[in-house]
Design a protein around this ligand. Structure first.
Ligand SMILES: O=P(O)(O)OC[C@H]1O[C@](O)(CO)[C@@H](O)[C@@H]1O
Length: 180
C-alpha cells in the first residue's frame, strides 16, 4: 500500500495553513474602514484568510478555512471581519476557536443580533440563514478555523443594507456593546 504525505498541513496552535492548493488573502484597514464608527489614520493588516478546497464549487464539496483577525482597534472599537450571509441558505458553517479571544456576532434575517464567546476550543454551528462576523476583543491574534460548503457563497450586500445590530468596543479593559 502506498502511504503519502498530506498535501496540506494546518499548524493548529501557532501557525497557518500550508501546502499545495491553499488560497489566501490579506485585508488591510483601508479596505474595511467603512465598518468602523471612527477611523484610524494608518493602514495596518486587519485580517488574513486561508482556505483549502478540492474540486468544483458544487453541492457536497467543502472548504476548510482559517481566519487570523488582528488585535487592531479603531478608537476603542474592536477589529471585525466584514461579516456575511450565505447566498445559499441551505449551507451551514462550523467555526472553531483556535487561539485568542473574541466574539462571533450572529444576526438573523430580521436583524436580531446576538453573540457567542470565541476562545480556544469553542465550537460554533452557524445555521445557513444566519449572518456571521468575528470580533477580536483581545490583545493577540484571534485565530478561528472554519468548514463550510464551497457552494455557500458570500452575500455581503445584505450586510451593507442592514448592518449587525451592535458595535463592540473595549474601554478600560471592559467589553461594551452599542446598539446601532
Ligand atoms: O468574508 P468575511 O465576512 O470578511 O469573513 C472572513 C472569512 O471567514 C470565513 O467565513 C471562514 O474562513 C470565510 O468564508 C470568509 O471569507
Amino acid at each position: 500500500m502506498k502511504v503519502i504525505e498530506p498535501s496540506v498541513i494546518h499548524h493548529i496552535q501557532n501557525g497557518v495553513l500550508e501546502g499545495k492548493d491553499i488560497e489566501s488573502y490579506t485585508k488591510r484597514y483601508h479596505e474595511v474602514n467603512y465598518l468602523y464608527e471612527k477611523q484610524r489614520e494608518d493602514d495596518p493588516i486587519v485580517y488574513e484568510v486561508y482556505s483549502y478546497s478540492k474540486g468544483k464549487d458544487i453541492l457536497g464539496n467543502l472548504n476548510w478555512g482559517l481566519t487570523v483577525l488582528k488585535p487592531v482597534y479603531s478608537h476603542n472599537e474592536c477589529n471585525m471581519t466584514k461579516g456575511h450571509f450565505h447566498v445559499n441558505k441551505d449551507c451551514a458553517e462550523i467555526y472553531f476557536g483556535i487561539a485568542g479571544v473574541g466574539l462571533l456576532l450572529l444576526m438573523d434575517e430580521e436583524g436580531h443580533t446576538w453573540a457567542e464567546k470565541v476562545y480556544e476550543g469553542s465550537l460554533h454551528h452557524i445555521d445557513g440563514r444566519i449572518a456571521h462576523r468575528l470580533v477580536n476583543t483581545g490583545d493577540e491574534d484571534l485565530k478561528v478555523g472554519a468548514c463550510w460548503p464551497t457552494s455557500a457563497g458570500h452575500d455581503y450586500h445584505a450586510i451593507e443594507k442592514r448592518e449587525f445590530g451592535y458595535r463592540v468596543y473595549k474601554r478600560n479593559g471592559q467589553i461594551e456593546f452599542e446598539k446601532r
